[in-house]
Design a protein around this ligand. Structure first.
Ligand SMILES: [Zn+2]
Length: 210
C-alpha cells in the first residue's frame, strides 16, 4: 500500500523518463545529468549554416527515437535547442518564413512524417512565421550519405531538390530546417535552389552537427 502510494507520488511528480538513460524525470526530455552532457555549438560551419548542438550522446539517442522510432512528442523539446540558437544569432529578425528540408515521397510514406517539418513547425509557431512546406521538393531519393566524402555528398544531393514550378520565393527570407548536419551538403543544395527561385536570404539550421 505504502509502496503503491510512493510509486503514485513519484509518477505524479516525475511522469516522464529521461530519453537517454530512462531515469524518471519531471516533464521534459533529459534528466539533469544527461542534460549537462549536451554540447552547444556556437561556431558556424558557414556564415549562413547554423547547428545547435554536437551530434553526441544524449542527443543521438533522442534524435534516433524521434526519427526512427516515431516518438514525435519529442519534437517540441528538441526544437527548444533550435529556438534558442535562433534567438542567440538574432535569426528571427532576419527571416520571414520557415522551410523544412523535404524528404523524398518514398521515405515520407515509410516514416509517415518528416522530422524536419515537425521541428520547423515548432520554430515557426514560436516566432509566428509561416511554414512553406512542400514548396521545395526532393525528387531524387539520394542513396545513403554514410561513407561519402564531403565532395561526394555534395554531388550526391546537389540535383536532388527542386522548387515547385507553381510557387515563388521572390524576396523571401527563409530559414531552412533539418535535423542533422554532416558536411552541410543537403542544406547548401536546398539553399541554392531557394536562391535560384528568388529568395533574398536563406539561412540553414540543423539541430545537431556530426
Ligand atoms: Zn538521463
Amino acid at each position: 500500500m505504502l509502496k503503491n502510494l510512493g510509486q503514485g507520488l513519484l509518477d505524479l511528480f516525475y511522469p516522464y523518463s529521461c530519453c537517454a538513460c530512462g531515469k524518471k524525470i519531471p516533464p521534459g526530455i533529459f534528466c539533469a545529468e544527461c542534460r549537462v552532457r549536451i554540447e552547444p555549438l556556437t561556431v558556424t560551419v558557414f556564415p549562413y549554416l547554423f547547428s545547435a548542438v554536437r551530434y553526441r550522446e544524449p542527443i543521438v539517442t533522442a534524435i534516433h527515437r524521434f526519427k526512427y522510432r516515431g516518438e514525435v512528442f519529442l519534437a517540441p523539446y528538441l526544437s527548444e535547442f533550435l529556438i534558442e540558437l535562433c534567438q542567440c544569432h538574432k535569426l528571427k529578425e532576419r527571416i520571414d518564413c520557415v522551410v523544412p528540408v523535404p524528404l523524398h515521397p518514398t521515405r515520407f510514406r515509410e516514416r509517415n512524417f518528416n522530422q524536419a517539418e515537425l521541428l520547423g513547425q515548432e520554430i515557426a509557431a514560436c516566432f509566428s512565421l509561416p511554414v512553406l512546406n512542400r514548396f521545395l521538393i526532393r525528387f531524387r531519393n539520394t542513396p545513403s550519405q554514410t561513407g561519402l566524402s564531403g565532395k561526394e555528398r555534395m554531388a550526391n544531393v546537389s540535383d536532388a531538390f527542386q522548387v515547385r514550378k507553381d510557387v515563388t520565393f521572390k524576396g523571401r527570407r527563409c530559414l531552412l530546417v533539418d535535423d542533422v548536419l554532416t558536411t552541410g551538403a543537403t542544406l547548401s543544395a536546398c539553399r541554392s535552389r531557394l536562391l535560384s527561385a528568388g529568395a533574398a536570404e536563406v539561412y540553414g539550421l540543423a539541430l545537431a552537427r556530426d
